[in-house]
Design a binder for this molecule. Structure first.
Ligand code: TYD
Length: 208
């Protein structure tokens, strides 16, 4: 990542892992400690990226070409970084983002078999090499996570084997770099998960 005064924290994980609850709890913790917090999500975060989100997640486009899907996620990400994330980091905010580049690596690279490295490079190009300082992976068995979904979008509607590949991908990515990743069992009580996340993020922000 290019040096900036803020901090970039991404949440990743399968469907129904409880990311939004944990993002909310972390944001409250950081605001109470006096940080400016920008909460945002992918795909989306700007009007143009939200328009791309509507295309890429709509069940109306079932069977969308896999490469086109990967390009749309990367395009939305480029726009989101340029207009929201990088400006926030430059003014010293803590950005808490629901999903980021590793979702593309897991869902498109592994899930669609497009190749992890290619998909990662595409997003690095789109974002001018912006990577999170810390990525929190909320790990859940897709058999359990998917039962928590009511109105499945185009990706959520994929068969269970797809979601099993996605889960394995997140664990493999995180397992390769314990400095920049924190993996947590999403079935633990939410207060317990929140406390571990807050402790890790406090350590990340401490020397700043
Ligand atoms: P969303 O409604 O934000 O779901 P969630 O609560 O699970 O985050 O939907 C985002 C969906 O898009 C989710 O199924 C994961 C998928 N996705 C990708 O396939 N690639 C990506 O790069 C991103 C950001 C998301």
């Amino acid at each position: 990542m290019l040096a900036s005064p803020g901090a970039f924290i991404a949440f990743e994980g399968g469907e129904g892992a409880g990311k939004s609850t944990q993002e909310q709890l972390l944001a409250e913790h950081l605001i109470a400690a006096g940080h400016e917090v920008v909460r945002t999500r992918e795909p989306g975060g700007t009007p143009a990226a939200e328009a791309m989100r509507n295309i890429v997640l709509s069940p109306q486009y079932l069977g969308l070409d896999a490469r086109s899907e990967a390009l749309l996620f990367a395009a939305a990400r480029g726009e989101h970084v340029a207009r929201v994330i990088r400006p926030a980091l430059d003014r010293g905010a803590v950005v808490v983002c629901d999903r980021y580049l590793d979702s593309s690596v897991a869902y498109q690279g592994y899930g669609r078999d497009l190749g992890a490295e290619k998909v990662r490079d595409l997003s690095l190009w789109a974002t001018n090499n912006l990577l999170p300082d810390l990525t929190i992976v909320l790990d859940i068995d897709p058999l359990l996570g998917l039962t928590r979904i009511t109105n499945p979008d185009r990706l959520e509607a994929e068969p269970i084997e797809y979601h099993v590949r996605v889960r394995a991908a997140f664990l493999a990515i995180a397992g390769a770099d314990s400095e920049r990743y924190l993996v947590l069992d999403a079935t633990l009580p939410k207060g317990e998960i929140a406390a571990v996340i807050a402790g890790r993020v406090d350590r990340l922000l401490a020397p700043r």
